[in-house]
Design a protein around this ligand. Structure first.
Ligand code: FAD
Length: 455
């Protein structure tokens, strides 16, 4: 098989690398594309889009391959695979970076930190820049510097006609608005230009763990603590069992516990002051907060979410952490059967909330927290496990129903939640996205994603 003008690798079903190339982070997803077009550059992506249109093929676009819903692969179509396009070019003079569409956050952090710079990215280094950014992009730096989309200065997009356009505040501003939260609905984004900020190289960071029995009381303290916290302090709560990471004392491994993970985007002394009350609260099982290389912090939990394990997620935004919400969380968080299943809560606000609602397609700026319920089991664990973890996640979300903010982060939606896509944007943003979709992809060729129908 040949694609005119394509210089990358074409992987067909009989290729020795086919099964590795189609595998996604979520091992529960098992799709069989007809062709994987692994691009070396923008021209390849454009050639692949034209080929797909000429041959009436289903199109999936792959960045880091991490979306839990598995939308980066499709059955019997073409996968436009950017995983070989991971270059990151820094311009230290104007503190910006061009990042190719298949880069992972570890690539960005590695290159930006060489200049003492960083931008808001995901909290796991092997997650893709493209998918994270196109949905919004939350992470430790967001309260100080905004979401990934708030730092996006421009994007290079291959349109459904195979044309290459630049989207920015000046060029195709409608498209630029839409790609900042609207996902991969509008074309293949082959590179992103981000604003960078001075961060690290050493930051105050790390988790404090408490026993599961302390959950209600620690979360009530945490709610008040983060309300007063400076924007520099990013925190993420994790509830489940203590992961067996080398940095954590072995006697604690697999014990039910909650952790508050921290990262302070500022001077070390100020960071130590900002986390003091948290570290002194109650009786922690272990306190691992310390001055830490930012790069190390950004891959601290990589091993807890490994490629090829099976995952099923449920998520919602939370307006606040009321006592009733905390009661539901404490009741359900430790009821999963698998010791790998867990719950993760991000604290938003700060710079995220100060950007006007209409500035970009991302719509969840008014919420203080979001929660992801992550059912996790190993590939060789039985179907019973899958059913149990799935039911646990669904039951947990149902119990949260009265406490939900009425919105959800689009990047955390799983494959059985296409009816919640409008919820991620709200009516106003969804309508506007549908208009942009009608202009840039009227036939909905890019629909293997959190799909917005042309309107
Ligand atoms: C372990 C883990 C940690 C996470 N942590 C965070 C976090 O800290 N913050 C956060 O905000 N999110 C986080 N997420 C969620 C994450 O935002 C989504 O899973 C996201 O879709 C992953 O991006 P990707 O490029 O790896 O995904 P992929 O599966 O490759 O892509 C997902 C979809 O995005 C679109 N897409 C991907 N690349 C392109 C492109 N170049 N051009 C056009 N469309 C494209 C396609 O529609 C594709 O189906 C995490 C996910 C995982 C699995």
């Amino acid at each position: 098989m040949e694609i005119e003008g394509f210089r990358g690798q074409l992987i067909t079903t009989d290729h020795a690398d086919y099964d590795t190339a189609r595998a996604l982070w979520n091992g529960a997803v098992d799709r069989y594309p007809r062709l994987i077009a692994r691009c070396c550059g923008t021209a390849d992506a454009a050639a692949a889009v034209r080929f797909a249109r000429d041959h009436d093929l289903e199109i999936a676009v792959r960045g880091g391959g991490h979306n839990v819903a598995g939308t980066a692969e499709c059955d019997d179509g073409i996968v436009i695979d950017l995983s070989a396009m991971r270059a990151v070019l820094i311009d230290p003079a104007d503190r910006s970076a061009w990042v190719q569409g298949g880069a992972l956050w570890g690539d960005v952090d590695h290159e930006t930190q060489a200049h003492g710079l960083a931008t808001t990215g995901g909290i796991v280094s092997h997650t893709g820049v493209a998918g994270v950014t196109l949905g919004g992009g939350i992470g430790y730096l967001m309260r100080r510097y905004g979401l990934a989309v708030d730092n996006l200065l421009a994007a290079e997009v291959v349109t459904v006609e195979g044309n290459i356009v630049r989207a920015s505040a000046e060029e195709h501003p409608d498209l630029f608005w839409a790609v900042r939260g609207g996902g991969g609905n509008f074309g293949v984004v082959t590179s992103f230009r981000f604003a960078l900020h001075p961060v690290g190289p050493t930051v105050v960071a790390g988790p404090v763990f408490w026993a599961a029995d302390d959950t209600t009381e620690v979360l009530r303290f945490y709610r008040d603590f983060v309300t007063e916290a400076p924007d520099e302090l990013g925190t993420v709560v994790r509830l489940g069992t203590v992961p067996p990471l080398p940095a954590i004392p072995e006697e604690l491994h697999w014990r039910p516990a909650l952790a508050v993970a921290t990262c302070y985007a500022g001077a070390v002394e100020a960071g130590e002051r900002a986390v003091r009350a948290l570290r002194r609260h109650g009786t922690p099982l272990v306190d691992l907060i310390a001055p830490t290389p930012y790069l190390e912090q950004q891959c601290a939990i990589d091993l807890t979410v490994q490629h090829g394990w099976h995952y099923y997620w449920k998520s919602t935004n939370l307006a606040d952490l009321s006592d009733d919400t905390i009661a539901v969380v404490a009741d359900h968080a430790y009821a999963a059967r698998s010791p790998r299943s867990c719950v993760v809560m991000f604290h938003l606000g700060g710079a995220v909330a100060r950007v006007p609602h209409n500035a970009a397609a991302y719509a969840g700026r008014d919420v203080a927290h979001n929660i992801v319920i992550e059912g996790v089991w190993l590939p060789d664990e039985s179907g019973e496990y899958a059913a149990a973890e799935t039911a646990w996640a669904q039951g947990f979300l149902q119990a949260l129903e009265p406490h939900r903010a009425g919105s959800v982060y689009v990047n955390f939606l799983d494959s059985d939640e296409t009816d919640r896509i409008r919820e991620a944007y709200g009516d106003h943003h969804y309508r506007r996205l549908a208009e942009v979709k009608a202009k840039y992809d009227p036939d909905n060729a890019f629909h293997h994603n959190k799909n917005i129908r042309p309107g």
